[in-house]
Structures are given as structure tokens and as C-alpha cells.
Design a protein around this ligand. Structure first.
Ligand code: ARG
Length: 456
């Protein structure tokens, strides 16, 4: 490919070591698509005659139609770019070598990676939509059920189960929107940048962009051949997605313990223990939680590679590929597992309800009752705190206290206080957009369904 100015052959160990074909072979469809567009641009520029162009395009189609090559069968090939050229020349002879006119592998790899990242984003968005739909379906299944919510892992206030599940949907929708956003910056054509300064000929870059579906054309050839920001941004978006999946998996695992007993682990997504016969372990959840490590690691690996690189292309950039592929594979494999789990999981709504009506989850509502009677919030808070303490001593809930007992803390307590403590009134009191009042949650469910259809 470049041996003209060399007198000595490469050290064989180094030569093998510096190859990328073993992993960049997966960019073959992208390399072929970019090469087709490039061939057409070269024909327009007068490099290919019409019959030559036809034979190049036909040969590229022939290569595409073959089974994906196994890199180990091509020990002499350095990378996917060389592979295509070699195949082309073997099919049509020296005309194949013309395809590299004005083009550099520096911009080819950048173009291929952008095409790969773009198609990965599209696949991941579809998988996120499927997972978010599974959450919404579960929320609809349990739309009338209640559970405790937690802050500091201590019982806080009652919420609808659907409200809890929709919280996870919000995170997934944000992850999707980050990817959609990032897609715009991925979808820029580098081809036509040459090795660093430009192609050295007049070329219709707009036509190349159009053929490859790129929304815009890179504005600077030095930047275009060396930029991997798009990849970094994508990996960071995958990082927050993985982080959300990890947090969700942790919460589900916690809720599946006997201590909580809210989540019944679906057998198809659980495993037993070879030592302890009674065990049903949340392995699917644990692996989903654990995968976050390598996905977050991919972004870290990439930014460490990029840090300190002068303009423009440097071979270090070859190291930017494997973290990209690994994180993409990992996310694409994990999302359907999470979706399957979510579809299969059953909740113990009896236990959830029991937990929601015990342990003073209505104490905040009790303070709000006093506030409505004109008591300043801090003073209401302290009066209810005293009532809680008394109830703890008497081993009852707030509604187990007598009106006279309550009145010693604050004269504003009245008969209607007991109605305000009921689960239904507590939930109904959160009647704002984003709140857990049943009517609001019903609206949020419909809205979530609509927003999921907008993903992509
Ligand atoms: N395999 C290389 C990479 O992934 C392709 C670009 C090689 N360019 C070069 N000037 N050596 O980065």
C-alpha cells in the first residue's frame, strides 16, 4: 500500500501488531458505501470513464454480496480499506487502483466510523423505544397500585407504581434524546478532506454527502480527518444509558429481596445456586448493573487516547475503534435483556400497598393539612413530628391517635384530619403536572406512549 519509499521490510511482529483488519472488518458495509459514492465523484471529476465507473460499482457490489470475510483468512491485509482495494483489483485489475485518487485512509476511517456510529445510534434508539414501551406496559398493568417511595432508602411518601415506573421512562427518553442530538453531529461527511489538506482536485462533495445520507459536509479538512468528538459524545450518551440501566437493575434486585418483597424475579431471567438449593438469584439484573463498567470504561479509554494528540491524523486514532465497537455491542445486547425482564416481571402489589400504608408515609400530608389551616410549615412539621413520636410510643400510625392527643400539639387539628391521612387523599393531593395524583399519572402514561413513538 505504501512500500515505495522503503528499502527494508517491516519487522514481522510489528507488522502484525499494527494491523486493524481483525476489528475494522466490521466496517466493510460502510467502506463499500463510501467507496461507491467516492467512485461516482471521481467519475464526475473525470478520473473514471463511464465504463470504468460501471465496472468499479459492479465490483463493489460483488464484494458486498460475498459473505463477510474472516480476517484470519487474509493474513496479508492491514485494514478494511486495503481489503476493499485488493478485492477490487483482483476483480477488475489496475483500474481498481484508481479509486484511491484524491482519497486517504485518514478520511476513509473517519467516514466509515461516522456511518457505523449513525447506524448504531438508529439500532440503539429502536431498542430504547422497545424497553421504554415495556416499562409503560408494566405501568399500565399496575396503574391502580401503590407503593412506598424512598429517599435515603427510607420510606418517604406513597406513590403510584406507574409513577415509579415512569420515572425510569423519563431517563430512557433523555438517553434517546441525547443520542438523537449526537446523531446530528455524527452525520457530517469527512470525505473530500484528503489526508489532511484536501483532495487536490475539484470534487462534488455535496453529491457524496447526499448519496451517503450525510446532513452536512465537514468545514475543515484538518479537523475532519482527526476528529473523534462524535464518537466520544456517543460513548458518553451510552454511558448515561448504561448508568440508568445499572441503577434500575440495582433497585429491582433490592426490591426482589425477601426484605422488600415487591418484585418477583421471573424464572427465565434468574438463576439458581449450585450450593444453596433455595436460591433464586437476579443474575440478569446483576449483569446489567455490571455492564455499566465496561461501557463507562469505553468513554474513558477513548478520551485518554485523544488527550494530547496534535493535529491531524495520528495512528493512535486506530485505538479509538475497539472501545466504540465493544460499547455498541454491549448496549445492543443488554437492552433486549432488560426489555425481556421488564415484560416478564411480576410485582407483589399486596406487599407494596402494605408498605405504603405503614410507617408514617402520610406524615408530610399531615403537615400539609396544618398548613392549609394557616399554620406555618416549619411549625406544622414540628407538631406532626411530635405526633409521630407519640404514635411510635403507642405503637400505632397517625390515624390511631385521638383528636385530643393531637390537639395538645396544635389546636388546628380537627375531625377532618383523619380523612386527609387516607392513602387516596394523600395521592390526590399531588395534583400537579409531574405529580403522582392518579389523574396526572394517567395523563403521563398517555404522554409517555406518545413520546416513545417520537424516538428516532
Ligand atoms: N487503520 C487505520 C485507522 O484505523 C486507518 C487509517 C490509516 N492511516 C494512516 N495514515 N496510517 O486509523
Amino acid at each position: 500500500m505504501w512500500s515505495g519509499r522503503f528499502r527494508e521490510p517491516l519487522d514481522p511482529e510489528f507488522e502484525q501488531w499494527q494491523r486493524s483488519f481483525a476489528f475494522d472488518v466490521r466496517l466493510l458495509p460502510d467502506e463499500l458505501a463510501a467507496s461507491r459514492a467516492w467512485a461516482r465523484a471521481l467519475a464526475k471529476a473525470g478520473i473514471f470513464t463511464t465504463p470504468e465507473l460501471a465496472s468499479v460499482l459492479q465490483a463493489l457490489d460483488t464484494i458486498a454480496a460475498k459473505a463477510a470475510p474472516d480476517a484470519t483468512d487474509f493474513p496479508g491485509v492491514e485494514d478494511v480499506h486495503q481489503f476493499v482495494e485488493q478485492e477490487l483489483v483482483s476483480l477488475i485489475g489496475d483500474t481498481g487502483y484508481k479509486l484511491h485518487a484524491g482519497r486517504s485512509r485518514n478520511e476513509q476511517i473517519s467516514t466509515d466510523l461516522r456511518l457505523y456510529t449513525r447506524r448504531s445510534i438508529d439500532a440503539i434508539l429502536a431498542a430504547i423505544a422497545a424497553l421504554a414501551s415495556a416499562f409503560v406496559a408494566k405501568a399500565e398493568q399496575y396503574k391502580d397500585d401503590v407503593m412506598p417511595s424512598y429517599t435515603h432508602l427510607q420510606r418517604a411518601e406513597p406513590v403510584l407504581v406507574a409513577h415509579w415506573l415512569l420515572a425510569w421512562v423519563e431517563m430512557l427518553l433523555r438517553d434517546a434524546s441525547r443520542l438523537t442530538d449526537c446523531r446530528r453531529r455524527v452525520n457530517v461527511l469527512p470525505l473530500g478532506s484528503g489526508a489532511i489538506a484536501g483532495p487536490g482536485m475539484e470534487l462534488d462533495r455535496a453529491a457524496i454527502a447526499k448519496e451517503l445520507g450525510f446532513e452536512s459536509i465537514s468545514a475543515n479538512s484538518m479537523d475532519a480527518t482527526s476528529d473523534r468528538d462524535f464518537e466520544l459524545e456517543y460513548l458518553h450518551a451510552l454511558g448515561s444509558l448504561a448508568l440508568h440501566l445499572s441503577r434500575w437493575a440495582e433497585e429491582m434486585a433490592l426490591f426482589s429481596t425477601v426484605e422488600y418483597g415487591f418484585v418477583q424475579l421471573p424464572e427465565p431471567y434468574s438463576t439458581g445456586s449450585s450450593a444453596m438449593p433455595q436460591k433464586k438469584n437476579p443474575d440478569a439484573l446483576e449483569l446489567l448493573r455490571g455492564k455499566a463498567g465496561r461501557i463507562l470504561g469505553a468513554a474513558t479509554a477513548l478520551q485518554t487516547v485523544l488527550k494530547g494528540l496534535p493535529l491531524a491524523y495520528n495512528k493512535d486514532l486506530q485505538e479509538a475503534q475497539e472501545p466504540l465497537f465493544a460499547a455498541t455491542d454491549s448496549v445492543l445486547a443488554a437492552l433486549p435483556i432488560a426489555t425481556g425482564f421488564m415484560t416478564a416481571v411480576a410485582l407483589d402489589t399486596e406487599r407494596m400497598k402494605k408498605a405504603a400504608i405503614a410507617g408514617f408515609l402520610n406524615a408530610t400530608a399531615a403537615a400539609r393539612y396544618l398548613v392549609k389551616k394557616g399554620v406555618p410549615f416549619r411549625i406544622a412539621h414540628s407538631a406532626v413530628g411530635q405526633a409521630v413520636r407519640l404514635a411510635l410510643e403507642k405503637k400505632c400510625e397517625l390515624d390511631g391517635l385521638k383528636l385530643e392527643e393531637l390537639k395538645q400539639f396544635r389546636a388546628e387539628f380537627g375531625r377532618d384530619f383523619f380523612a386527609s391521612l387516607k392513602l387516596e387523599s394523600v395521592l390526590a393531593s399531588h395534583n400537579v403536572p409531574g405529580g403522582t395524583a392518579p389523574g396526572r399519572v394517567r395523563g403521563a402514561l398517555a404522554e409517555a406512549r406518545r413520546r416513545i413513538t417520537e424516538i428516532s
